[in-house]
Design a protein around this ligand. Sequence first.
Ligand code: PLP
Length: 424
Amino acid sequence: MPLSTTMPNRSLSHHISSRRAFLSTSAVAAAHVWIPRPVKGYSAEEVAAQMSGSNGAIGISKWELDTPALCVDLDRMEQNIARMQAAAKQFGIATRPHAKTHKSADIAKKQLAAGAIGICTAKLGEAEALIAHGIERICMTTCNVSPAKIRRAMQLRKTSPHFIQAVDEEQNARALSAAAREAGVVADVMIDVAVGTRSGIPAESALALAKMVDRLPNLKLRGLLSYDGGAQHIAGFDARKQRTLENIAANARVFEDMKKAGLSTEIFSGGGTGTYNIQHLVPGFTDIQVGSYVFMDMQYLAIGGEKNQAVYDDFASSLTVVATVLNNRFPGRLTTDAGAKALTLNMPRAGVIGEPTADYNAGSDEFGVITFKGEPSRSYKIGDRLELIVPHCDPVVNLYDVMYGIRNDRVAQVLPVTARGRSQ
Ligand SMILES: Cc1ncc(COP(=O)(O)O)c(C=O)c1O
């Protein structure tokens, strides 16, 4: 079985043993996954119409939704938000959750209501969409480098005085300041200091950039960003902690140097779901930009936590795709309607809830293929439903117009994916 032969940075045996451990946990095995009768598939419009109608409060069973359907268990998600908030409080830092994961104004509002100090976005389009839906205090963690984006960013800054954006280069800083002057604003910026090689300015050059930004007339320096993307999915808590603290040491020195130089260090932000309980050990760190914790996914479940080394269960998996069995005629396999266009990645495999021996192959565009490595828990008819934990949450959400908010297996809320497709 080609389960993990293409997975980088993780040994095959570790991945298989942690996957088995994960698949046999109650998170995957417990939920019931079948519907005993033929069902009508409700479209998003029908669900929304029913929800706003007089009997809307009754809700529709998630098993009756037209599929593939993206569902979020609201109780679990809210519990994740509360847990993260409580953990941050205990660590003496704040949360500034990343909306690149959920792209949803409704979920951002829940995070802010729980005590988050702001919301991050990766894209300018995400920031525009969320601000248009009433989310203030947006911090954009990617730099705007093209003239068109710089102009848009300054227009956004005009309407949203709390908008902050990243900068990691002198020429870009000058362009931002000039555009801010043209737009008649003073724009807030943070220096993105690299951890690794993806983005940001190398630590040794960061202080000079911060001083230069501080002198520019139409920019206001607010502090620094330091996100270590490569650390988030390191398997094993101890290895993850060691790598995180080693790699951010130079950035912590930048923070100190900026402070000594009298520059603003009001924000020292970074971290994600994999390192949420490590970042507070970095002197001066102010807040964590956690994203995936609201939903969790197969990638994160496999990395192991501080207490549970096999399964990362600090947060509950709340995001699922409900799929329908289209074909059961060939021995040992089922075909479903959820392939790559419903789940994006095929590695790691999607988890089939209640079927720990199922191998779910989403490699084909329109179809998923399940083969069983052991006895399935039941037989499946054409039209039966299955519920899947997604391989990696962020790109999956970007495929759907709405998420169905579920409580006790019934639709309680339809959440538009506010910034769906806003990748520019
Ligand atoms: C800059 C930045 N911050 C925060 C996050 C959130 O990370 P996670 O989803 O692992 O919590 C990401 C995710 O890619 C990111 O790119």
